[in-house]
Ligand binder design. Structure first.
Ligand code: FAD
Length: 428
């Protein structure tokens, strides 16, 4: 049985910790915050089915609400699309959820230490053999890095040339999130999201959110300036009355929107979740992918030990199951942000090319028939608006090629082959 250290109480690290401790490994977790300050004091969305997928019990119902319905609004506010009512998604209290996973981990025998900032790694030759916490060191067979987007551990390995990756322009959203009392009754569609708000690359949302709170988010790719934030607020205040109430609390955060690292394992070390940039690259939703990745990692270790072969098996499985699709989404996102602007999005909304019906079809097409005349209607619209669609075609081809390159990940680790794969992938 191995001695495994989890750095940070990220979701993937916690799922891995639970599974690995259950299988009899000696698992300890070091988290820099206290239990009461863990994660965020707001609600975010996940699919309920993720608990089945990672074979964990659902949190108590009092920890979540059904996800609310969303409306996407064009940059000029002249058109909007109402998304179908979410079926199996929930808005979960982030803090309660994190505390719930900690409780499960403790029940399985994970030793959890709060208020412990992991400052670095212990490295011998090219192998990670432990972590540095405070003045001390903790030796182990494997470090699982679940410290999130700004992992100092990852960067230490990059500094030692044991890992590498290329940063891109739209790797993150700089965001401001704030909460207000809303008093009034929520509208039929309680969540409103404005694309390319104020003509800038990003989104803003104003939601009649969980527990009767007005929920504001202003997020811009590459970072949010004070000027953008103020302009956005000034534009939204007359449109959403609750923004004129006193702000209850707020936080400046960043949301990871780049695709996963090409290589996120090294000898004695594996990343999971935001530390390896695993969220869905368009919206930055990373809870589910982190949990699934944590589950894959635990399965590989349970089946094959925590040597490098098992870690590479994890990397391979992740790319096959999740990472390949995220490469496609990432390249589409980068291309769209590079080539298109608010004016284009306004034209797409005005053209009727995308409707609420499309989202219904997308969400039910596995078991429902397309509505009569749907395909004909879409083809007619596509011809009529070919000018709008044409620039998307090369983008889509490029994104599909990048996904194909990602899925060519070598099944067995070979340094030369992996370096070649990484280079090809990063240049696509
Ligand atoms: C405003 C906003 C809205 C979002 N909405 C959604 C959503 O609706 N759905 C969704 O799926 N995702 C959403 N996300 C993204 C989601 O928060 C992350 O993708 C998700 O938390 C996965 O990250 P993680 O579990 O890897 O790590 P994190 O959640 O970042 O956790 C990392 C943990 O490590 C600890 N830590 C960091 N450094 C150290 C260190 N040196 N030593 C010890 N401990 C350390 C931190 O305190 C933290 O507890 C949102 C993010 C933001 C900011």
């Amino acid at each position: 049985m191995a001695k495994i250290v989890i750095a940070g109480a990220g979701h993937g690290g916690l799922v891995a910790a639970i599974k690995l401790a259950e299988a009899g490994n000696e698992v300890s977790l070091y988290e820099k915050e206290s239990l009461s300050e863990l994660s965020y004091d707001w609600y975010d969305d996940i699919m309920l089915e993720v608990f089945d997928k990672v074979s964990l019990p659902c949190p108590p119902e009092s920890y979540y609400e059904p996800k609310k319905q969303w409306r996407f609004i064009s940059p000029d506010f002249k058109a909007s699309i109402v998304l179908p009512k979410p079926k199996d998604e929930i808005s979960v209290s982030r803090r309660k959820f994190a505390q719930y996973l900690i409780e499960l981990a403790k029940e399985k025998g994970v030793k959890v230490y709060f208020g412990k900032d992991v400052g670095g790694l212990c490295v011998e030759g090219n192998e990670v053999v432990g972590i540095k916490v405070g003045d001390g060191e903790v030796n182990c067979d494997l470090v699982i890095d679940a410290t999130g987007r700004n992992s100092v551990l990852r960067e230490e390995l990059v500094g030692l040339n044991l890992l590498s990756y290329k940063s891109k322009k739209y790797d993150f959203l700089g965001a401001f999130r704030a909460f207000y009392e809303y008093g009034a009754e929520a509208p039929d569609v309680p969540c409103q999201l404005i694309l390319f708000h104020n003509g800038e690359k990003g989104i803003s949302w104003c939601n009649f959110g969980a527990e009767g709170e007005g929920d504001l988010l202003i997020a811009r790719f590459g970072g949010l300036t004070r000027e953008s934030k103020n302009n956005a607020l000034n534009d939204l205040k007359p449109k959403f009355e609750f923004l004129n109430h006193e702000e209850k609390r707020s936080k400046e955060v960043s949301i990871c929107t780049r695709c996963s690292l090409p290589v996120f394992v090294s000898k004695g070390y594996a990343m999971v979740g935001d530390s390896a940039f695993m969220p869905m690259p368009l919206m930055g939703s990373g809870i589910e992918s982190a949990m699934k990745a944590g589950n894959i990692l635990a399965e590989c270790i349970i089946n094959s030990g925590c040597g490098f072969d098992a870690l590479w098996e994890y990397e391979y499985e992740y790319y096959k199951q999740i990472g390949g699709d995220f490469v496609l989404i990432d390249r589409l996102k980068n291309g769209l942000l590079e080539k298109f602007n608010a004016e284009y999005i306004n034209k797409v909304f005005a053209s009727g090319l995308i409707t609420s019906e499309d989202f219904n079809v997308l969400s039910t097409s596995q078991d429902a028939k397309l509505p009569k005349g749907f395909v004909c209607k879409k083809i007619k619209l596509a011809f009529k608006n070919f000018k709008l669609i044409k620039p998307l075609i090369p983008l889509l081809i490029k994104a599909l090629k990048a996904k194909k390159a990602a899925l060519k990940i070598p099944e067995k680790f070979n340094a030369k082959k992996v370096a070649k794969w990484q280079e090809r992938l990063e240049n696509k």
